[in-house]
Design a protein around this ligand. Structure first.
Ligand SMILES: Nc1ncnc2c1ncn2[C@@H]1O[C@H](COP(=O)(O)OP(=O)(O)OP(=O)(O)O)[C@@H](O)[C@H]1O
Ligand SMILES: [Mg+2]
Length: 308
């Protein structure tokens, strides 16, 4: 098998629906994912992340370009690709009339696993996702977070060589999120490859070895979390919630990012004193913290990930 789990070349997708203008969801994305990597796709709502995952997982055909999974062309040989992949779709739900135990087990059996393996993997996966207590209740009676955990448990249990997870931890409490992170790390230790999307930048930072920021269907930036943070141009941020109007006073001191009424100034430690003095002189309140992926994202995309 090749060293690449996935390779997309100039992938494009335009959605065409009757009576509506066409939507260019992917405008030429090329990216590769090495075997055994954990990779996150980041981007604002509508950036094209789900479209990319749907194409990669054989659910949707691209308008042009190619995508290969373990050297097999996804568009030409989808049936050959499917045994190698598993996906947690965005807003997917477990079958309401199945219990989590039935759902995971049935899915594994449908993928061709033997009874004993399927049973053992089902139990391990339910346990890992903290679902043992709810394992025999119909999914329709479960809470939103419990349903999402069932979806993740189902896909984790496959131990497929390539896993796609579209916002896997949405709606999960902090304990469940950490259980997902631990499971995904364990899977890559054992040779699987993970491609996920998330809007939680702390999750992307904690979990992924490589990040790709997508905006308007184009790849903007790729690199490690450290690469992205370094690109911000300083290690500290001074956040001034009401500072945007006074941006001119700060321009010479560091990189300035305006977000509504707020201003964030990115500096190295040597300029910190000057920036806080300037803030005090202007009567502005300020908080100081380390640069995070949030600033890297703001800088790359030009706006905050939460902002519409
Ligand atoms: N079936 C469809 N028909 C028409 N347009 C679509 C369809 N699916 C998605 N789009 C459009 O394609 C673009 C990309 O959507 P996509 O779902 O890939 O974004 P995303 O990055 O996953 O966003 P989010 O973070 O909100 O999940 C959006 O403008 C969206 O409105
Ligand atoms: Mg999406």
């Amino acid at each position: 098998m090749s060293d690449l789990a996935l390779r997309a070349v100039d992938l494009r997708k335009t959605y065409v629906s009757k009576g509506a203008p066409p939507v260019e969801a992917l405008a030429g994305v090329s990216l590769s994912v090495a075997r055994g990597d954990r990779v996150a796709l980041l981007g604002r709502n509508g950036a094209g992340k789900t479209t990319f995952l749907r194409i990669a997982s054989t659910l949707l055909r691209p308008s042009s370009g190619t995508i290969e999974v373990f050297d097999t062309d996804v568009g030409r040989q989808p049936a050959k690709v499917r045994p190698y992949i598993a996906i947690v779709p965005q807003e997917g739900k477990p079958f309401f009339h199945l219990t989590p135990r039935e759902q995971v087990y049935t899915y594994l059996r449908a993928r061709g696993l033997g009874r004993e393996t399927a049973k053992a993997r089902t139990e391990a996966s339910l346990e890992r996702m903290g679902l043992t207590e709810f394992a025999d209740r119909l999914s329709i009676t479960l809470s939103g977070g419990q349903r999402q955990r069932t979806m993740v448990a189902t896909v984790i249990a496959t131990e497929a060589p390539l896993l796609f997870l579209d916002e896997p931890t949405i709606g999960m409490d902090p304990f469940a999120r950490r259980a997902v992170w631990a499971s995904l790390r364990e899977l890559t230790r054992r040779g699987s490859t993970i491609v996920l999307t998330t809007h939680y930048l702390d999750e992307a930072d904690a979990l992924s070895q490589r990040l790709h920021i997508i905006e308007h269907g184009r790849l903007l930036v790729s690199g490690t979390a450290e690469d992205l943070k370094r690109s911000v141009g300083g290690t500290l941020k001074v956040h001034l919630p009401e500072g945007a109007y006074a941006v001119d006073r700060f321009r010479g001191l560091g990189a300035c990012v305006i977000d509504g009424a707020a201003l964030t100034v990115i500096v190295g430690p040597e300029r910190l004193g000057q920036v806080t003095e300037t803030a005090v002189a202007a009567g502005l309140t300020a908080t100081v913290g380390p640069v995070t992926l949030e600033e890297a994202f703001l800088r790359a995309v030009g706006r905050s990930i939460d902002e519409d």
